[in-house]
Structures are given as structure tokens and as C-alpha cells.
Ligand binder design. Structure first.
Ligand SMILES: [Zn+2]
Length: 281
């Protein structure tokens, strides 16, 4: 089983600080830079694109599609799913899917929730995704230490048998089983802080056992100087937590792409007859 490289395409301040903030100009530049990196490394990624980002940078969305990456949905406004009503959630994903399909002329089949916010209390969202025509979801984090997650969720992809009778493939981010616990090793802050040999070890542990390693990152993690450009007050603790390890991130990311040829999340979801799983609500 392969590495799957996923990118949540968004702006740090709008997605992390306050969802009412405008998308900043440098968010587009950061994504363009990340596309340059992928082109140089001849690697393809699955891009879960936020609607508000796509609205501001339609040219970047077109470039993502033109360069053979997968265009998938990160919803429209980056509000956590468990803060939305089912009707609001449906509206958010429908708007995002229609927008990306209009921009690229191609069907959007994958979805990832903001902050992995499909948790026990918001599993109802999976039925809505199936009804809205998504083929797979990548929103559940099965790691024990995750901020949001479902710790007893299957750690590898499954075909969900939903209450409505519909089905959806769930593609969870990677976790490493150690002493009966599932460690979060899939990306983001963990890849910023862990040294490359440990990241490589974690990926090898899964791919050598014929399991998928679904990694994730954000364009802003490639920008070590972002905080000098953010025109809003950001608490020191948040700047440290969110900024630590950004300077070495790109080097590790390139090593990951060179060491493990990534495939798209959609081909992982559609490529195998995954075991069935009935979510317990
Ligand atoms: Zn996000």
C-alpha cells in the first residue's frame, strides 16, 4: 500500500484564528510555492480546497487541476462540522462541491472536514456526504492523542455501510500503533517537530505491512516567516505552537515524496474492495 499525500488548501489566519477573517494574499503564494515543490519532485497530491480560498484564488485551483493533482473539497467556510446543523453542513459542502466543479469542469469526489471535525457527535455528516455525491471522506482522525478524533475508528480505509443504505469509503489519516495506542504521525505539527528518520520509520511501518499511509499538510507550513506578515494580533503561545518547525518542513516533505511515491486519495478509495464497517452512533 502506498503513501497518500494530502494538502488542506486554506489560509492559516482564517482557518485557525477566526473563520470570519478574509483570506490573506500570501495564502495563494504559499500554495503556488507548494505546487512548484510538487512539480519539481514529480509528485501528485490530493488537494482538499477550502471554498473561501478557491473564491479568492480561482487561478490556483485551475493550476492544481491542470497539473494532475486531485481537486477535493475542504468545505466552504472552515467551520467545524460539530458546530453546524445538518442543514448548514449540507449547504456548506454543496456550495463547495459545486464551486470546484464549475472551476475545473471535473467531478469532486472527496471531502475532508475542517480540523478533522467529524467526531462521534457529528457522524451524521457521513450520510449527507454520500447523499451529496461524494465517493469518499477523509475527515476522521483515529489517533488517540488527536485534538478531535474517533479513537476506536478503523485505522485503515473501510467502506461505510450507512444508516440511509448509502455507502462511502472512509480514508483515515495515518496512525502508528505503539504499545496498544495509536500515535498521530500523519503530518502537520508532528511532521514539523519529528526528525526525518522517525517520520520515515513511521511510514515504513505501515507501507511494509501493506497498509496505506495517508499524510497531510498545509501550504502555510512551508512559510517560516508567515507570522511577520499576518496583520492580526496572534498570541505568542499560538505563534510558537503553529510556527515551530516550519523552517525544516519543506526538506522533510521533499524527502518523503522522493522516498515514497504518493498516489491520489481517490485512487486509494476506488482501487480496493475495502472491508465494510457500520459506524456506531
Ligand atoms: Zn483546514
Amino acid at each position: 500500500m502506498p503513501l497518500v499525500c494530502t494538502i488542506d488548501v486554506e489560509d492559516w489566519a482564517q482557518s485557525t484564528l477566526d473563520t470570519d477573517l478574509p483570506i490573506l494574499e500570501h495564502a495563494g503564494r504559499n500554495m503556488e510555492h507548494l505546487l512548484d515543490v510538487l512539480a519539481e519532485e514529480k509528485a501528485k497530491a490530493t488537494c482538499f480546497i477550502l471554498g473561501k480560498f478557491a473564491e479568492k484564488f480561482p487561478g490556483t485551483v485551475k493550476r492544481i487541476a491542470a497539473e494532475g493533482h486531485e481537486v477535493a473539497s475542504h468545505g466552504f467556510g472552515h467551520v467545524d462540522v460539530f458546530r453546524l446543523s445538518p442543514a448548514e453542513f449540507r449547504e456548506d459542502v454543496r456550495r463547495s462541491k459545486a464551486q470546484l466543479e464549475a472551476m475545473t469542469g471535473m467531478p469532486v469526489k472527496g471531502y475532508r472536514a475542517p480540523d478533522f471535525s467529524i467526531v462521534k457527535a457529528s457522524l451524521w455528516a457521513l450520510d449527507i456526504l454520500a447523499e451529496e455525491g461524494f465517493v469518499y471522506d477523509a475527515s476522521v482522525n483515529p489517533a488517540g492523542l488527536a485534538r478531535f478524533g474517533v479513537p476506536d475508528w478503523p485505522a485503515q480505509p473501510v467502506r461505510l455501510a450507512l444508516a440511509s443504505g448509502r455507502s462511502l469509503v472512509e480514508v483515515p489519516v495515518a496512525t502508528l500503533p505503539v504499545l496498544g495506542r495509536r500515535l498521530p504521525v500523519a503530518g502537520g505539527g508532528y511532521h514539523r517537530l519529528l526528525p526525518w528518520p522517525l517520520i520515515r520509520y513511521a511510514i515504513n511501518q505501515l507501507v511494509l505491512r501493506n497498509q496505506a499511509f495517508v499524510a497531510y499538510c498545509h501550504p502555510y507550513e512551508f512559510d517560516p516567516d508567515e507570522f511577520s506578515r499576518v496583520p492580526f494580533v496572534t498570541p505568542l503561545k499560538m505563534r510558537l505552537h503553529q510556527g515551530l518547525g516550519r523552517r525544516g518542513f519543506e526538506t522533510k516533505f521533499r524527502k518523503m515524496l522522493r522516498g515514497f511515491k504518493p498516489v491520489l486519495a481517490l485512487s486509494l478509495a476506488e482501487g480496493t474492495n475495502w472491508p465494510s464497517h457500520t459506524p456506531a452512533f
